[in-house]
Design a protein around this ligand. Structure first.
Ligand SMILES: *Cc1c(COP(=O)(O)O)cnc(C)c1O
Length: 249
């Protein structure tokens, strides 16, 4: 069962896993940020994680994201990360509450997010938030954006191909209301966590070819099953749901 005492131990377990993996990788103790993936989990568990110091939460569906953001509007400093496939017609709602979008996979979506965020900036704010949520990049007033790359080349999956990446990166940098902060991937399912490593290494290599960590400071990769492998490969943002909150409703 998902209950509050389990969130306490789940969060503690995940924090320990992250620390150990960072030490093993010879990286600094604060080199990874944990995004607690709260999709299909009740708001009470989000509040519990928040009480334990968690500030970054990931959601996959725009409707659910909006509902949760509204239900948690009283929690200062909470940051919502859109980590699910995003349709262009949902960009307008997303930019009003998200501090980061991890799943930009086309020039058209980058342009739509940029346009909608700049319109949002010009609106008087009253309802959900008194100001736009702060991003994870260097400029907290901008919407942080990562490009999702389908490194496994799976037909059914969202994410751009490596060859499409350069024009999408340029398109994001052409939008004054967006801040390009990195790359994201969801690797194909493999039999063991070690199987995901090759895909994480590919994303890290793609970053090197695309301007390195100066241009792309963040790599969003690693989930419950494979976060250690992702951290060994250089992940800076792990997206973890099940290990914190238990199985989804
Ligand atoms: C659901 C989801 C996660 C979290 O997965 P867990 O295995 O529950 O940790 C991370 N990233 C994305 C894109 C997801 O859809």
């Amino acid at each position: 069962m998902n209950d509050i005492s389990n969130v306490t131990s789940g969060l503690q377990t995940v924090r320990t896993r992250i620390s150990k993996a960072l030490a093993l990788a010879g990286r600094g103790p604060n080199d990874v940020q944990l995004i607690a993936v709260s999709k299909k989990q009740p708001v009470e568990l989000i509040r519990e994680a928040y009480a334990l110091g968690q500030r970054d939460f990931g959601e996959n569906y725009v409707q659910e994201l909006l509902g949760k953001a509204e239900a948690c509007a009283d929690l200062p400093g909470i940051r919502w990360h859109m980590i699910g496939h995003l349709q262009r017609n949902k960009a307008r709602h997303t930019v009003a509450v998200a501090s980061a979008v991890h799943t930009v996979d086309s020039v058209a979506l980058a342009e739509e997010l940029g346009k909608r965020r700049s319109i949002e900036e010009s609106l008087p704010r009253s309802d959900i938030a008194s100001e736009l949520p702060a991003g994870i990049g260097g400029d907290p007033s901008l919407l942080s954006v990562l490009v999702e790359v389908n490194v496994g080349g799976e037909l059914q999956k969202s994410g751009c191909t490596p060859s499409e990446l350069p024009e999408i990166l340029d398109a994001i940098e052409g939008q004054p209301s967006l801040e390009l902060v990195g790359l994201m991937t969801v690797p194909p399912l493999t039999d063991s966590p070690e199987g995901a490593r090759a895909y994480f290494d590919q994303l890290a290599e793609l970053r090197q070819k695309s301007g390195g960590s100066e241009r792309l400071p963040h790599l969003s990769m690693g989930m419950t099953a494979d976060l250690e492998q992702a951290i060994l490969a250089g992940s800076t943002l792990v997206r973890v749901g099940t290990a914190i909150f238990g199985s989804r409703l």
